[in-house]
Design a protein around this ligand. Structure first.
Ligand SMILES: Cc1cc2nc3c(=O)[nH]c(=O)nc-3n(C[C@H](O)[C@H](O)[C@H](O)COP(=O)(O)OP(=O)(O)OC[C@H]3O[C@@H](n4cnc5c(N)ncnc54)[C@H](O)[C@@H]3O)c2cc1C
Length: 376
């Protein structure tokens, strides 16, 4: 494809960079991945690993649905430690207003061939007896699943390596420009195409990218097998995810294969430190307990934070930069990057190789942000 050492150089070995490397290698491109840390150590290590179809916008639906199907296709190859489990999501409605949202969502998914089931209160109680009594009902999305993101990233990188991809860990990229990336210590790597997959830190490598850090907290309990069986999310979660306030919390819990319960989540803009904010954490745990009172006496064994990469229109940036068509972005996935990593990789490599994408890629092109600026 070129006389340079590599066809593609990717900055970042999170789930997105790993998926891109895997797809590049699968298509015969000579690819190198550089990360300042280890594989899957950024937001990928912090995330919940909920593989979820979402319906905030048609573009978000298309990417999450496409990606979820790709995860399902990959499932037979995933090693055990990726802990892929198609446990399904239940969107929990606390009152009749949220129940109306259940019906809206059900209809939206039905029209797009996503199987869902509306649960009245007795059916919800039967599936999740530890939810507080008096809920209005819920929506079961049975094809949603969960996985353990760092092991998924490692699997993708290892598969890429088996197909010839190179990986350089512990190397910080200081600069990217046409055809080359520069590492601390002055080393450089040359490639025809460059991909910035540095997550929330993408603007540090390429200033001007419209991505902001959105901090999140998680907590994990000791082992309580069978306490919950599905990923349980309050419908109010959508309000929280859309909130433009600096911070919000929502009930979002996940059963892990170990019997542990992963409790999320919070969203904060303007918080640059990785430390746990105990006030936010307490709010998040209180919210979880309101839905699952039995969580109260349980022990939490670990709490941590991570940074989502948020864009102004809540869609990721996938594609060439308007200023330089050889430099690609694969960032801005906010709270859906584990889910959408596989779809992102397909789209990105289709763009690089000039192949038609399976879903329209226009909504994710970085040039949309530039156009918004012109009209702002
Ligand atoms: C609390 C929380 C819960 C979440 N839950 C979910 C969920 O349930 N489902 C879901 O789909 N998504 C979820 N997400 C979102 C998901 O974790 C992210 O969207 C995803 O991990 C982003 O992956 P990434 O590869 O783009 O970024 P990252 O995983 O952050 O990877 C970026 C990599 O770039 C490297 N890097 C950065 N700067 C440099 C540099 N200068 N030089 C070299 N390397 C560099 C970093 O070391 C890192 O390894 C959640 C996120 C959070 C914070």
């Amino acid at each position: 494809m070129s006389s340079l050492v590599y066809d593609v150089a990717i900055v970042g070995a999170g789930i997105v960079g790993s998926a891109c490397a895997d797809e590049c290698a699968r298509r015969g491109l000579r690819v190198v991945v550089v990360d300042r840390d280890t594989i899957g150590s950024g937001a990928t290590a912090a995330g919940m690993g909920h593989i979820v179809v979402m319906d905030d916008s048609e573009a978000q639906f298309a990417l999450t649905r496409y990606s979820q199907q790709l995860w399902q296709q990959l499932r037979p190859e995933l090693p055990d430690d990726v802990e892929y489990d198609q446990c399904g999501t239940i969107w929990v409605a606390a009152d009749e207003e949220e129940m109306a949202e259940v019906w809206r969502k059900h209809e939206y998914y039905r029209q797009r061939n996503v199987a869902t089931e509306v649960l009245a209160e007795p059916a919800l109680r039967n599936l999740e007896p530890n939810l507080r009594p008096g809920m209005a009902g819920g929506l079961l999305v049975s094809k949603d699943g969960v996985l353990y993101p760092p092991c998924a990233a490692r699997f993708l990188i290892e598969r890429a390596q088996q197909r010839g991809a190179k990986i350089q860990l512990g190397c910080s990229v200081t600069h990217m420009e046409t055809g080359r990336i520069e590492l601390t210590g002055g080393q450089e790597i040359r490639a025809e195409f460059l991909v910035n997959a540095a997550g929330a830190f993408a603007p540090d490598v390429l200033p001007g990218i419209e991505v902001k850090k959105r901090k999140g907290h998680l907590a994990i309990t000791d082992r309580y097998p069978g306490f919950i069986r599905h990923q349980l999310v309050e419908l109010g979660y959508l309000k929280s995810a859309h909130s433009v306030r600096s911070d919000s919390v929502a009930f979002n819990v996940q059963p892990r294969r170990t019997g542990q319960i992963l409790i999320g989540s919070s969203r904060q803009y303007g918080a640059e430190h990785t430390e746990v904010d105990h006030e936010i954490l307490a709010r998040m745990l209180r919210r979880a307990q309101e839905y699952l009172p039995g969580l109260g006496p349980m022990s939490t064994v670990r709490t941590w934070t991570g940074f989502r990469a948020a864009t102004p229109d809540k869609l990721p940036l996938i594609g060439p930069r308007p200023e330089d068509k050889s430099i690609f972005l694969a960032t801005g996935h906010e709270g859906l990057g584990i889910t959408t990593s596989l779809g992102t990789a397909k789209i990105l490599v289709d763009q690089i190789t000039g192949t038609k994408t399976e879903i329209p890629s226009e909504p994710y092109l970085p040039s949309r942000a530039a156009k918004e600026h012109v009209h702002a």
